[in-house]
Each structure stands twice: as C-alpha cells, then as structure tokens.
Design a binder for this molecule. Structure first.
Ligand code: NI
Length: 186
C-alpha cells in the first residue's frame, strides 16, 4: 500500500459510499493505520491509498485510533482558528490555514456502529482535513494561490524526476538482460 502524492488523479475524485463493512474494508482500515503510523501521520483517507471509498482514519496525540466510515459533518462552528497543516500526500509541505474551530460529525466505526462526535483542536482539524479528501479537496485549496501553484509545480517536478529515474533503471536492466542473453548464446 502506497500513499499517492499531489498530482495523482485519485486525490481529486469524489469517493463513494461504503455499502457494506466487509472483511476487505476492515483489512483496508488496519493497513491504513499501519501505513499512517509508519509515515508519522495523524490522519489518512482511503483515496490517499488509491481507494475511492468514503472512509478515513485519525490518530492524534491522545493515541486513540478512530475510524470514520461514510462520515457526515453535521455542524461546524462559526468561530474559526488558524493552524498549520500538512498532508501525507503533499509530503514535506506545511501551511497555516483557517478552519472552523469545532466540528460535529456522524459516522460508522470499523464495526458498522454509528456514532456522533464533537471535536476541536487537533482532532477537529484532522477530521475536517480528512473529510475533505473524500470530496477531492486538499488543504492547499484553502491556501494562498501563489503557495498552491508553487506546491503543485514542485510536485510536478518531483513526479518527473521519479519517472526519469524509473526510465534509467528500466533501460539499465534491459541492457543487463541483453548482455546475459548474449552470454548464454555463446
Ligand atoms: Ni491529507
């Protein structure tokens, strides 16, 4: 399981409702927790691992693993608050954006049990950030246009470099394979 990066189409698509909490969905949730914790993240949404399902996970400073399936934001406070955000799909970039201070959300947990939660602080922020992912929205969309454009370009260059490296690697292994085939021929 890999976390896709800015520039990937998946990040801009709208995810679909989870119709049934199957073993596959439970496995997805548990794999997502492993990947997120390994990456030192506090939240991860299914589209970030290439799965267009309305599901995300959060684990903030309190260490509690929270799973939100088919979440619905019921209320957000009028009061807003600025805070620095990052995203595992926009690695190495942080920016201060303003969001509602409090949020009330309803969702199903990993066992399909409905719950409602009022959250603020890091948890409230993570919930709003991850819920946006299910609608193809990224936190840079709330940032200054210059910053957003620069970040998009930075990731385009990163992707190009990655592709270039991959092409070199492919060409190299093709040469080695040809060489070996030649040797065997002799
Ligand atoms: Ni994110």
């Amino acid at each position: 399981m890999e976390i896709v990066q800015l520039g990937s189409e998946t990040l801009r698509q709208k995810s679909e409702t989870v119709t049934e909490i199957t073993e596959g969905v439970k496995k997805l949730v548990s794999d997502m927790f492993s990947v997120m914790i390994a990456a030192n993240g506090v939240g991860l949404a299914a589209p970030q691992v290439g799965v267009l399902k309305r599901l995300f996970i959060v684990r903030v400073d309190d260490g509690i693993r929270r799973t939100f399936i088919n979440p619905q934001i019921l209320e957000t406070s009028e009061e807003t608050e600025p805070s620095e955000e990052g995203c595992l799909s926009i690695r190495g970039v942080w920016y201060t954006i303003t969001r509602p201070k409090r949020v009330k959300i309803q969702a199903l947990d990993e066992n399909g049990k409905p719950f409602t939660l009022d959250a603020e602080g890091p948890l409230g922020r993570a919930i709003q950030h991850e819920n946006d992912h299910l609608n193809g929205i990224l936190y840079i969309d709330y940032a200054d246009a210059d910053f957003r454009q620069k970040t998009i370009e930075q990731f385009q260059r990163r992707a190009a470099r990655r592709e270039e490296k991959l092409a070199i690697k492919k060409a190299k292994s093709a040469r080695i394979a040809a060489k070996n085939a030649n040797k065997e021929g002799r």
